[in-house]
Write a protein that binds this ligand. Structure first.
Ligand SMILES: [Zn+2]
Length: 434
């Protein structure tokens, strides 16, 4: 089952049984971040003047998002302090995800503890309800089988399990491999347990490493994948300088408190001419699919980027743009048939020894693009509702049809003689035929 769908079903169960959904749990988990806040200037241009564009995040937490009136960067202001985020990231998380709670049927009780406190335990009735719900969902869902098949296929194809090299890591490898010498050195800040580094190690003979704050992830990377990560933060001066051929910054830059500073660290780690790869969802594009306040703004993301603002930041950190685009990523998984959503920024850039000219975004255009996306989202939502309404009507008609068909005789009523009598009749006919 798709992770998102699975989360939705777990959420459905929680809502039925306890009257709370996973968004409530996520909000609770994050609410302590609001206790310690600070005001910051724009990380891209340093200005402080801004316009408010949202007043809460996707979990419903009271947070203000602003757009910088000088460069168009979107950011939370005020935002939780570094100390606050640090304890959140170091403390949180389960399994292969550093801080997200795992939302599946095996972890329902853990989720509830997050919400109600460590003393909470599910009673027998709730456990039985969960087991029944789970059985019904899984039995009726061919995707469960499909998922097992995918894992098996992945093992066959790569010789390593899906756990060790996931599809996205392979996709990024294919995208970048021509830019990086075989046997080179690859570094990833925020490496989690190192799965993005695996293809470089296995398929490109690279020396791979990274930095990761969570001790548990560092241990798992070493034990499971044989990858040594530095435990700590990217500003540690003992990390290698002028040594790397590629720095991968994937799906993390919106979590950073000083993203420009982080790109400058990458600049320091890279050899002259070395390659930087950054990807992150484009907040403005994403708003068109999900709604900005409704699903994009998130307390975990102090900065939100568009292709323009991220490009400017990469340039300001001393990189020349090699390639950049907005990708749709469903095609990464060739079994994924959801309609395409073009919302992932991908930038490939090269470290420059000379200062690089910055293409400064026009803040008014950024703001206009955000408003445009919100309008597009409203239209999509309206279309979705209309589709649901018409589907509902169609189902009503179909149901009525079925019902009326069931009332009428299905076929001509034949001989109503009970079976033994029928057999006796047949026997009699056979004996007459003799
Ligand atoms: Zn700015």
């Amino acid at each position: 089952m798709r992770r998102r769908k699975r989360a939705k079903r777990v959420s459905d169960f929680l809502r039925r049984q306890y009257g709370i959904g996973w968004k409530d749990i996520s909000a609770k988990l994050r609410s302590r971040l609001l206790e310690d806040m600070e005001t910051v200037p724009c990380n891209l241009c340093g200005e402080t003047s801004s316009i408010e564009v949202a007043r809460k995040d996707k979990f419903g937490l009271a947070l203000t998002t602003v757009v910088c009136t000088n460069c168009g960067l979107l950011y939370l202001n005020p935002r939780p302090t570094a100390a606050s985020y640090r304890s959140f990231y170091e403390g949180g998380g389960t399994g292969d995800s550093v801080y997200h709670r795992r939302i599946d049927f095996d972890h329902v009780e853990d989720l509830l503890k997050t919400y109600y406190g460590d003393d909470f335990a599910m009673d027998a009735e709730a456990k039985a309800a969960l087991a029944t719900y789970r059985e019904t969902i899984e039995a009726s869902n061919p995707e469960v089988q499909q998922e097992k098949l995918e894992v098996a296929e992945a093992k066959k194809e790569t010789g390593i399990s899906l756990v060790r090299m996931d599809y996205y890591a392979r996709h990024i490898y294919d995208l970048l491999k021509d830019h990086v010498p075989r046997g080179g050195r690859v570094f990833e800040p925020g490496a989690s347990w190192g799965k993005m580094l695996m293809p470089w190690k296995v398929l490109h003979d690279c020396e791979v490493s990274g930095v990761e704050p969570k001790a548990e992830a560092v241990r798992v990377a070493k034990e499971r994948l044989g990858i040594e990560l530095f435990q700590g933060f990217a500003d540690d001066p003992s990390l290698p300088a002028d040594a790397c051929d590629l720095v991968i910054n994937t799906r993390t830059i919106n979590h950073m408190l000083d993203p420009l500073g982080d790109l400058r660290h990458a600049w320091r780690w890279l050899k002259d001419g070395g390659i930087l790869f950054v990807d992150i969802q484009d907040a403005i594009k994403e708003a068109g699919y999900e709604g900005f306040e409704r699903n994009v703004v998130e307390i975990d993301h102090p900065y939100m980027f568009s292709l323009n603002t991220l490009t400017a930041m990469v340039q300001k950190a001393g990189f020349e743009i090699v390639e950049r685009d907005i990708a749709e990523l469903q095609s990464v998984r060739d079994w994924d048939d959801r309609p395409p959503e073009y919302k992932q920024i991908r930038i490939i850039a090269r470290k420059s020894g000379d200062p690089v000219a910055v293409d400064w975004p026009d803040p008014l255009r950024e703001l206009a693009a955000l408003v445009g996306s919100e309008l597009a989202y409203d239209e999509r939502l309206e279309a979705k509702c209309a589709a649901l309404r018409s589907r509902n009507a169609e189902w009503k008609t179909r149901y009525a049809e079925l019902k009326s068909r069931n009332r009428a005789p299905q076929h001509e009523q034949g001989d109503q003689t009970p079976v033994p009598a029928a057999i006796a009749k047949l026997k009699a006919r056979l004996s007459t035929a003799k």
